[in-house]
Ligand binder design. Sequence first.
Ligand SMILES: Nc1ncnc2c1ncn2[C@@H]1O[C@H](COP(=O)(O)OP(=O)(O)O)[C@@H](O)[C@H]1O
Ligand SMILES: [Mg+2]
Length: 245
Amino acid sequence: MLTLDHIQYQVGENNTSKNIIEDISFSFLENTLYVITGQNGSGKSTLAKIIMGILPNTKGKIFLGKKDITKKSIQERVQLGLSFAFQQPVRFKGLTVKNLLDTASNHQYSIKELCEYLSMVGLCARDYIARPLDEKLSGGELKRIEIAMTLAQNKPIMIFDEPEAGIDLWSFDDLVKIFLMLKQQGKTIIIISHQEKILSIADQILVMQQGNIIAHGTPTEILPALSTSTKCIKLVEKGGNHGQN
Ligand SMILES: Nc1ncnc2c1ncn2[C@@H]1O[C@H](COP(=O)(O)OP(=O)(O)O)[C@@H](O)[C@H]1O
Ligand SMILES: [Mg+2]
C-alpha cells in the first residue's frame, strides 16, 4: 500500500509562495487501477513526481507499507518497487532502446523478451531495438518506448502520466488491455489521464483541482458529475472525507 499523508508542495518565497499541491492524503492499494484526472495545471504531474521523489514535498509523509519513504531518493524508491512513465519522456542521448530497457529494468533481457515488450506497445520491435534515443524518434514513438520500459521494469507500483499523449494512430484498445493485464497481476496502477476509455476501466477515479483531491470514487459515481458543465462545483459540494481511503 502506498500512502500519502498530508502532502503539500509549495513553491516561491514567503509572500509569493504558492501551493501547487495543497493537502493530499490518500492510500493506493494493490490490485487496483486508479485514474487521476482533473484540469490542466491542477497538480497531477507534480503529485506523480512527488511520489517518485523527483520533486520534494514541503509537508507531509509518504509511506510504502509501514516504511516512511519521504526522504528516499528516486533510485531507492525504484528499488522499493515504484516506477514512473513521464508525461514528456526524456531522450537519453547516447543510449539505444535496448540500453534503456536493460538499464531501467536492471536486467539483461533477451532480444525475444525485448521484442515482446515493444510489440505490446505497438512498435514493430526489431526495427527499434538498436535505435538511438535521439531526436529522430517522434514524440509518440518515445512515449511508447517509455511505456515498454515501465513494463520491463515490472514494479509492483506503476505510475503513467498521460500515457495516451502523442499516440494518435495506435489502437487505444491495446493500451487499455495492457492496463487491465497489469491489474490482474496484482499491481497498483496509477494513471493520469483525461481519456474516457481509460477513466471507464478505473476501479477508482481521483479528481484533482487546484492541488487537492476534490473527489474520488468508482466510474459510476464520478463520471456523471464529470460530464456536466458544472462538474467542479458539483464535486466540491459532494465533499465528504475524500482523499482518505
Ligand atoms: N516550480 C514551479 N513554480 C511555479 N509554478 C509551478 C512550478 N511547478 C509547477 N507549477 C505550476 O503548478 C501547476 C500544476 O502543474 P502540473 O502538476 O504540471 O499540472 P497538471 O499535470 O495537472 O497539468 C501548474 O499551474 C504549473 O504551472
Ligand atoms: Mg501533467
